[in-house]
Design a protein around this ligand. Structure first.
Ligand code: HEM
Length: 509
């Protein structure tokens, strides 16, 4: 089967169907195309002798099996994918030249939903943020919106990400996840209070992927044809509604199935019940940035009081035909941006812009972008070349620049937008931290039943913390967010409320 580089001219499923419909008539072959005569009995030296090395089919079958796995994603290893389309509606073309938003434009998409911390095949019922990554195959290259179901994140600087993940992953000495380790980390990271409050609510256990919203989390820049930009946050609104599981419901499902979320998506698409999400955007002008009492480029914050505009609808309507080729080898990266969309100065996003493309060089290889699931609809015409598993279409002799040969066109309209700067280089935290207020606002927005579940969920893990200093530091963060929240949690884990109150009083927003 020949697959075209840099073109999804034939959908992958059509190519795979061609391959599988041919299966019945075609003889079984080795990877060089040569027919196989016996796939059940190894070639031996007579009836009682050893197996022969010259049985090239046996050798190749074992070799290929031995190499079936690639490294799983370092985070978000457990996931499921689906194909679909995004139809733009609602005009934001005055803010961005990105063609994907021209009203009426239909763009093919591939989405991968995931859990974060545990390995591939871990239970889908576990408390975790859910990944919601969308690849838009636009006519000007692929745009990946790599988001989560929750609208904020635990930290605001990429420098902290590897440490945070180490604390949340199973311990290196026991291979067990341990609240003592991750609360030890978070007790030093007060900006995590907002995310932890959302995560320990029932939003941390969505009923399934169809019933959750998605969020870009960071501010991006939308850039117009003149290089003028605004800041923008994206949100996917589930047309199926948002449904979550209580801890008891999650435990009940887990006792009979640890694949319920993948199964739900696959079965719904098979039934023709295609899930849909509306995409909304919030816009902030650069001159508005300083007017907030928090830093709007801090991903631990939501943009309260900024209206949303609907910009289109996504429908997922096709299951992958080959999970490894499509879902596992899909490579989403915040660096995959298109003209009209750029990263903001958000320090977490800046780290992500590097990290995903980098891990994919290791996980899939330097030519991951040539695989059909990752290939752009727009022809790739770079001077990058070679590398492991290259099936690219580059031809010709001039793979450098400048040259006497006519150069590849580089229209000035595609240059990055310009940001004016002042000051010196520095290593310092942001000025307006406001670590606790939005956590308290979220707590107060919950119903009585939702608050009860949050307290029970959080107390369940906090109650396992053996170190007093860690426990009291964590409780003081929740107390600072909201006094009722802190008091109830303290009672639930049998801590001294007066000690929690005095620690909270010493905290700075
Ligand atoms: C500096 C902070 C972060 C770093 C360094 C980081 C790093 C990574 C890495 C290395 C992967 C594996 C990628 C792969 O193997 O293809 C990954 C996956 C992922 N991350 Fe992050 N991450 C960060 C923060 C975030 C945030 C804030 C979000 C949500 C807004 C997020 C959402 C995701 C999702 C959805 C995936 C899975 C993508 C897929 O389905 O293939 N990450 N991250």
């Amino acid at each position: 089967m020949r697959i075209l580089h840099s073109s999804l001219a034939l959908p992958l499923s059509a190519l795979l169907c061609i391959a599988s419909s041919a299966d019945a008539q075609q003889p079984l072959t080795r990877d060089n195309g040569a027919p196989v005569g016996d796939n059940q009995n190894s070639q031996t030296a007579g009836p009682d002798g050893p197996v022969l090395l010259q049985d090239v089919h046996l050798i190749q079958k074992l070799q290929r099996f031995d190499r079936e796995r690639v490294p799983e994603r370092v985070v978000h290893a457990r996931g499921t994918g689906a194909h679909g389309e995004f139809v733009a509606a609602g005009d934001i073309t005055r803010y961005t030249r990105a063609k994907v938003f021209a009203p009426g434009t239909t763009t093919a998409v591939f989405v991968r939903f995931s859990t974060v911390i545990h390995g591939n095949h871990s239970p889908e019922t576990l408390r975790d943020p859910r990944g919601f990554a969308t690849k838009f195959y636009t006519n000007e290259g692929n745009w990946d919106l790599v988001g989560n179901n929750l609208p904020v994140f635990f930290i605001r600087d990429a420098m902290k990400f590897p440490d945070m993940v180490h604390s949340l992953k199973p311990a290196p000495d026991t291979n067990l996840q341990d609240p003592n380790r991750f609360f030890d980390f978070f007790s030093h990271v007060p900006e995590s209070t907002h995310m932890l409050t959302r995560l320990y609510s029932d939003l941390g256990t969505p009923a399934s992927y169809r019933f959750m919203d998605g969020n870009g989390v960071h501010a991006y820049k939308l850039v117009d044809a003149n290089g003028a930009y605004v800041y923008a946050k994206f949100r996917w609104d589930s047309r199926q509604g948002e449904k979550n599981l209580s801890a008891a419901e999650a435990a009940k499902i887990q006792s009979s199935s640890f694949n319920h979320a993948s199964l739900d998506l696959i079965e719904a698409i098979k039934r023709g019940e295609y899930p849909q999400w509306d995409l909304y955007v919030q816009i902030v002008q650069p001159e508005q940035l300083d007017k907030f009492d928090f830093d709007p480029l801090d991903p631990t914050k939501i943009w309260t009081d900024i209206p949303e505009t609907k910009v289109g609808t996504m429908t997922l309507n096709r299951n992958p035909a080959n999970v490894f080729q499509e879902t596992e080898q899909s490579a989403f990266a915040p660096a995959n941006l298109v003209p009209g969309i750029e990263p903001s100065e958000d320090r977490l996003l800046q780290g992500r812009v590097f990290s995903y493309a980098d891990t994919q060089l290791h996980r899939i290889g330097p030519n991951a972008h040539q695989l059909p699931i990752n290939a752009s609809n727009a022809a790739v015409n770079s001077n990058n070349q070679d590398g492991r598993s290259n099936a690219g279409a580059r031809t010709g002799t001039v793979n450098y620049e400048p040259s006497r040969m006519p150069p590849k066109r580089q229209p000035a309209e595609y240059r990055y937008s310009q940001l004016s700067l002042s000051g010196t280089t520095q290593q310092a935290r942001i000025a307006k931290t406001l670590n606790f207020r939005q956590a308290g606002e979220f707590y107060r927005s919950l119903s009585a039943a939702e608050q009860k579940n949050l307290i029970a969920n959080l107390a369940g893990d906090l109650g396992q913390v053996r170190d007093d200093a860690t426990l009291y530091a964590m409780l003081s963060h929740f107390q600072k967010a909201d006094a009722d929240y802190g008091e109830r949690l303290s009672r639930a884990v049998k801590a001294e409320p007066a000690r929690v109150r005095s620690l909270a009083a010493a905290l700075v927003e």
